[in-house]
Ligand binder design. Structure first.
Ligand code: ZN
Ligand code: ZN
Length: 236
């Protein structure tokens, strides 16, 4: 119930675009959606990426060098965009300026572009630390997961785990080991359902995959057999 007002606001904003066309967030043209068709088509959709961690690669390759050297514990990762202009601007607006219409659109794009042969048992949004949730008012990963869950009819659970320790921003740290250390012990699994075998973690941005890797670790320790990651954008 805590998140209901945001759901209502998202619907209202979606309805608002249809009833009264507004301007495209990027180019300013009249649009029935937060982005016009031309801007939507121009987004940096990710073409080639590592199938383990979604690291953007220049050519088709199964796994990146990092994953060959030190594999992540999640089985695979899927991403829609490379984290570059204007996706960085969209995510910033969705995350820090309460632009729920953009957040909803990013969720819809994730739902449409991420395809799988068999659906997972549950979607788990990467939790925010309670202090971050209080100051932002919503968890952007949960809002994205809600759209994907509705689109694909996948159950969603945002109570299965929690963030118990505040971390420094991963993007401010340079080395992989520094990032890995920064997220150690920040998550705790509260409950997993007995029929869950394949869990998908949902996040807005994956930087090196260390946060998702840490959360995947605690789910594997809790007895989940398979963990995947779906993210909106991968920062290289
Ligand atoms: Zn536009
Ligand atoms: Zn990789």
């Amino acid at each position: 119930m805590k998140y209901l007002p945001h759901t209502i606001m998202t619907y209202l904003s979606r309805l608002g675009y249809w009833l009264l066309p507004q301007s495209c967030f990027l180019c300013g043209d009249i649009s029935h959606q937060p982005l016009c068709h031309a801007c939507l088509a121009d987004l940096p959709y990710q073409q080639t990426a590592c199938n383990r961690c979604a690291y953007v690669l220049c050519s088709i390759s199964e796994t990146c060098e990092n994953c060959r050297r030190e594999p992540v514990v999640f089985e695979d990762a899927k991403t829609v965009f490379a984290y570059e202009y204007p996706v960085d601007k969209l995510i910033h607006a969705a995350k820090f300026h309460q632009n729920l219409a953009i957040l909803d659109l990013l969720g819809q794009l994730m739902a449409q572009y991420i395809t799988v042969e068999t659906l997972p048992d549950v979607l788990i949004p990467v939790p925010l630390h309670p202090s971050g949730l209080r100051s932002r008012g919503y968890n952007q990963a949960l809002e994205l997961a809600k759209v994907i869950a509705r689109y694909h009819h996948i159950p969603l659970d945002y109570t299965a785990c929690q963030c118990i320790k505040k971390k420094r921003k991963q993007s401010t740290l340079s080395g992989r080991s520094e990032r890995r250390k920064n997220v150690q012990g920040i998550f705790q699994v509260k409950q997993v359902k007995s029929h869950w075998q394949h869990v998908v973690l949902v996040d807005d941005v994956v930087t090196t995959g260390e946060t998702a890797n840490e959360l995947a670790k605690v789910f594997l320790q809790a007895g989940i057999q398979r963990v995947s990651v779906w993210c909106c954008a991968r920062r290289n």
